[in-house]
Design a protein around this ligand. Structure first.
Ligand SMILES: NC(=O)C1=CN([C@@H]2O[C@H](COP(=O)(O)OP(=O)(O)OC[C@H]3O[C@@H](n4cnc5c(N)ncnc54)[C@H](O)[C@@H]3O)[C@@H](O)[C@H]2O)C=CC1
Ligand SMILES: O=C(O)C(=O)Cc1ccc(O)cc1
Length: 287
């Protein structure tokens, strides 16, 4: 299912990586980019990620059969509003936002109802780096992409977006918007918040220089994602606020239980908790 003209709004890590993957598979005719900065867009042209660009979203979407919105969550509504009057009537629109309820709300406000040709999506793949220079064609290979179509979403549009991600090497699954937001609050949003909180807390200790100097591999593994873009994560926290607050509350109860076991010198309880966690990780977590 070849795309004649793909418009990517937000040519950063995710938008750039998908453009690279589609081009590598000869699945797209022309790729038109759009972001706020002409300098970054020229960089995307120089890197061979896009063919041409326009900083005006209205111009950029003209004549595109597929529009990918890959901007931070906080910019979704404004982008939808900007492109709305200029979309080709049969264009399929999709996004890559990390929370789906907020994208559906943004579309509702911008379009006055969620269009049937908008397929909300989320690749469960990324890195702590941002920008087109960090993009690479293999990012989505053997990774999952979740689509959260609504009851009235056009089935053909869903199949087009599914085909797009499958071409990039991903496995596509579908789920409900609310379910997506709960699952991702637990598996992605809470861990990012904990990584930021851990590094921030330690960095403000008096002896922080020494702490970072002696940090071992475990610290590096656990805190890599605290190097992620702060603005992107602000937006995700605000966009998925309810589900994230629920996961933080759940975590706080368990952290208190762990604290109490240490206070009480209850070694048996600690081994019990750590073993339960190890079993869960050995059984479920990706290598
Ligand atoms: N970074 C990651 O690992 C993942 C990110 N996501 C989601 O993908 C989206 C994009 O993230 P990244 O590619 O990492 O970010 P990025 O920072 O690499 O790229 C974002 C792009 O959007 C542009 N942009 C920002 N505001 C804009 C606006 N108002 N109008 C037009 N362009 C605008 C920026 O100039 C930049 O080119 C976010 O919604 C994020 O939640 C989803 C999965 C993984
Ligand atoms: O860097 C990592 O390991 C990530 O977890 C990247 C990531 C960030 C945001 C998403 O919505 C999905 C994946």
């Amino acid at each position: 299912m070849r795309i004649e003209r793909l418009c990517i709004i937000g040519v950063g890590l995710i938008g750039g990586s998908l453009a690279r993957a589609l081009r590598a598979n000869d699945a797209v005719g022309e790729v038109v980019g759009c972001s706020r900065s002409a300098e970054h867009l020229q960089q995307a042209v120089d890197l061979g990620v896009i063919d041409r660009y326009d900083t005006d979203p209205a111009q950029a979407v003209a004549g595109a059969d597929l529009v990918l919105v890959a901007v931070p969550m906080g910019a979704m509504e404004a982008v939808f509003k900007q492109i709305r009057p200029h979309l080709a009537p049969d264009a399929v629109i999709t996004d890559v936002g990390s929370a789906k309820g907020a994208v559906v709300d943004a579309a509702q406000k911008a379009f006055g109802g969620v269009p049937a040709n908008l397929v909300p999506g989320h690749p469960i793949a990324g890195t702590e780096r941002s920008g087109v220079a960090a993009s690479f064609a293999e990012l989505f290979r053997q990774r999952r992409v979740i689509l959260t179509p609504l009851a009235h979403t056009d089935a053909e549009a869903v199949e087009r977006v599914r085909g797009l991600w499958e071409t990039a090497g991903a496995e596509v699954v579908e789920m409900g918007v609310e379910h997506h937001d709960r699952v991702l609050a637990a598996t992605s949003h809470l861990p990012h918040i904990l990584a930021y909180a851990t590094v921030d807390s330690l960095a403000r200790l008096h002896e922080h220089d020494e702490i970072f100097q002696y940090a071992a591999g475990g610290f590096r593994d656990f805190t890599r994602i605290a190097g992620s873009d702060p603005v992107m994560w602000r937006d995700i926290c605000l966009a998925n606020r309810e589900a994230i607050l629920e996961m933080i509350a759940h975590f706080q109860v368990d952290l208190t239980a762990l604290t109490e076991a240490i206070q009480a010198r209850d070694g048996e309880r600690l081994v019990e908790i750590f073993s339960r966690a190890k079993r869960a990780r050995d059984e479920h977590a990706p290598r």
